[in-house]
Design a protein around this ligand. Structure first.
Ligand SMILES: [Zn+2]
Length: 254
């Protein structure tokens, strides 16, 4: 099952969960009610009638929320290869950059996310330069800092370097959804773009390397001051294997 591919069309099979010892809980949400779930709780929503569904993802800027968000991002990236729905890189960057007063343990979590994302971004840049030695120079596009970008091809968040379809740069100030990460900028993609008559593409970056390195150094200094070491990811994974909700279904009954 490709969960991401089937997103929005696949509904939990309650019988299967019960048969495999997976605890599930259900409720009927009525008008003006809000359902709040803890981080990491898998959930499905089904309409009982004709209506419009709206779902918001939000989190408190609290110690457990920041720690859980950072750890889940790294778990997705390094252990289970699952694309994070929330833009964890940009969030970690913003929090670390704008909230330097956060306690060192939280800064350590944020730095772990940033370090991972930054190294990957630099790796993609090196690979791109090898594959396309004659590529045009990257340009700084200041307005892109305000925008959270997802690659049009792989749907992953873009931290720094990206390719933009130039026709959209000229016609659409916000350039929504026309970005490609460097990982996806292979010959096949570029050929395909040319075939579709997107002849002009441009390469951009959002962050100056020296600024990111300065931020990393500042974070390191703050973290080192308190001699804090973040918990290894494995311990969080073990915790998630415990049941997260109460069993309310009996096998075969709905
Ligand atoms: Zn991509």
């Amino acid at each position: 099952m490709d969960i991401l591919g089937a997103e929005g069309t696949w509904f939990l099979d309650v019988d299967w969960c019960l048969a495999h010892g997976v605890a599930v809980q259900s409720l009927t949400q009525r008008a003006a009610e809000m359902v709040v779930l803890a981080p990491g709780v898998l959930h499905w929503v089904r309409s009982l009638g004709c209506n419009t569904q709206v779902a918001w993802n939000f989190g408190l800027c609290s110690r457990p929320q920041i720690a859980a968000l950072s750890q889940r991002y790294l778990l997705n990236e390094t252990e289970i290869g699952f694309r994070s729905v929330l833009p964890g890189q940009t969030l970690a960057l913003d929090l670390a950059n704008l909230m330097g007063h956060l306690p060192p343990d939280l800064l350590a979590h944020l730095k772990a996310v940033l370090d991972h994302a930054w190294h990957r971004s630099q790796d993609h840049l090196a690979r791109f330069r090898t594959l396309h030695p004659n590529h045009p120079a990257f340009q700084k596009y200041d307005r892109s800092l305000e925008t959270i970008m997802m690659c049009l091809d792989c749907k992953e968040e873009i931290l720094n370097y990206y390719l933009l379809l130039d026709s959209h740069l000229l016609s659409n100030e916000r350039n929504d959804g026309k970005y490609f990460c460097l990982k996806c900028c292979n010959t096949t993609l570029l050929d395909e773009l040319r075939k579709r008559k997107f002849k002009d593409t441009r390469l951009f970056y959002k962050l100056e390397v020296k600024d990111v390195e300065k931020l990393q150094a500042n974070l390191s200094r703050r973290i080192k001051d308190e001699k804090f070491k973040p918990k290894p990811i494995a311990s969080l994974k073990e915790k998630w294997q415990e049941p997260v909700s109460i069993l309310t279904y009996e096998h075969g009954k709905r």
